[in-house]
Design a protein around this ligand. Structure first.
Ligand SMILES: *Cc1c(COP(=O)(O)O)cnc(C)c1O
Length: 430
């Protein structure tokens, strides 16, 4: 079979049976079959290669099919692939919890495993609501930021900003009070809103520094620290969703490293396993944990998933974190951060660009259009296809173009991407 028919047939077979995420299947462009991944590249079955500068939905840290992570998973696969985590434990889960907690704010003491970012958030919300319940209090409201995104399951959807994504389910979502992200001007106002709600609020959940899915919206670490300090003083529990920002994305190991206050609970996924295996983690302080510690079995956290603390995923995370902490990787993160910050300067003066912004390895800007920012923006689709033709995978969020590359991208490869961005900007000039 020649490759053309092979691709056609894969695409047709896919269409016959698969329903893709966030995809209007009727109007979707051709879905590309990928047969191999290596470093920052993905290869389709016609041999065309694509630079994956969105890290396959922000998960791939060290490049695709990393040989060291693959080797470690293979060894674990031949030793212990899965075991029920109720009543049993294993070395990879213990080691991973030990290693991770050492890197987190010192108040983070316990690790609860699940299998994706949304479930990590669900667990966090249940911890907070039951924390109150176990002490005889009923707190059912949640505080969150406008434009937030915390996942697609019902709890995670509830605490995510309202949008057409959540529209069909709106009447079934629980009560959440949405506030603006903090800045120097609105801090007083936010404080009074929180003060009015403090007795009813189970927790405050937020994406630190960057609101990813809403379009890489960035806000200031000092302002967040001030808001967190205020929550701490009022006794409002804080859930820091580092599903996206964790593991070096923001230039430091965690967004927490930019903040002067500590959250009560933290959520991780995406980069946790270097993008190799699905896994979610919710960590918490002793104060949270102790509210469940009881002879009364009603105070148990009744939550778990079949694949809780899957040994393969734990091993992948251990291997990925080992690579992340290496001198070379840390240098790469610094290099990308620096290179981005130089490129942001040239973007900022381009007539087609608004809000060029960056934190660490995350770079974003708005493509100026007459229609304003919206996910529906046709321009997003046109830009996506243009970059794809150039062998670069970018997935604009509406008119927001962003880069979230794997840390192994070289400076030449980054320059190549920058150059293509400039060319596309000129090409699409209105
Ligand atoms: C992606 C994301 C989630 C959801 O993670 P999934 O693994 O896709 O369920 C939650 N929070 C944030 C901040 C995210 O970026």
């Amino acid at each position: 079979m020649n490759t053309i028919t092979q691709q056609t047939s894969l695409t047709q077979r896919d269409r016959a049976v698969n329903w893709h995420p966030y995809t209007q299947m009727k109007t979707a462009d051709t879905i590309i079959p990928i047969v191999k991944g290596e470093g920052i590249y993905l290869f389709d079955n016609e041999g065309k290669k694509y630079m994956d500068v969105v890290s396959s939905w922000w998960v791939t840290l060290h490049g695709h099919s990393h040989p060291y992570i693959a080797q470690r998973i293979f060894e674990q696969l031949n030793t212990l692939e899965q075991v029920i985590f109720a009543g049993f434990t294993h070395e990879p889960a213990i080691q991973l919890s030990e290693n991770l907690l050492k890197l987190l704010p010192v108040n983070q003491k316990k690790v609860f495993y699940s299998d994706n970012g949304s479930t990590a958030v669900e667990v966090a919300l249940k911890m907070c609501i039951q924390y109150a319940h176990n002490q005889g209090n009923k707190k059912t409201k949640i505080l969150a930021f406008k434009n937030s995104y915390h996942g697609d399951t019902f709890g995670a959807m509830s605490v995510s900003g309202k949008s057409f994504w959540t529209k069909p389910f709106e009447s079934m979502l629980f009560e959440v009070v949405f506030i603006d992200t903090p800045n120097t001007e609105n801090l007083k106002d936010l404080q009074s809103q929180i003060r009015n709600l403090k007795d009813e609020v189970a927790c405050f959940i937020y994406e630190p520094l960057v609101q990813g899915a809403a379009g890489m919206l960035m806000y200031n670490a000092e302002d967040l620290s001030s808001l967190m300090k205020f929550c701490r003083e009022l006794g409002v529990l804080m859930v820091q969703d580092e599903v996206f920002t964790g593991f070096g994305r923001t230039g430091k190991l965690f967004a927490a490293n930019y903040l002067t206050e500590r959250p009560d609970i933290m959520c991780f996924s995406k980069g946790l396993t270097g993008g190799t295996m699905p896994m979610g983690i919710t960590t918490c302080s002793d104060e949270i944990y102790n509210a469940f510690w009881s002879d009364d079995k009603h105070k148990t956290l009744f939550h778990g998933h079949s694949f809780t603390a899957n040994p393969l995923a734990c091993t992948a995370a251990l291997a990925s974190m080992e690579i992340l902490l290496k001198e070379d990787t840390q240098m790469n993160i610094k290099r990308i951060t620096h290179q981005h910050s130089e490129f942001v300067k040239s973007l900022a003066i381009h007539p087609q660009v608004e809000n060029a912004r960056q934190v660490g390895t995350i770079l974003a800007f708005d493509f100026k259009t007459e229609y304003g920012t919206s996910y529906f923006n046709e321009i997003g689709k046109r830009l996506y296809n243009e970059f794809l033709q150039r062998g670069i995978i970018m997935r604009p969020l509406g008119n927001v173009i962003y880069l979230v590359p794997p840390y192994c991208i070289t400076s030449e490869e980054l320059d190549f991407v920058y150059q293509n961005i400039m060319e596309v900007l000129d090409q699409f000039r209105n």
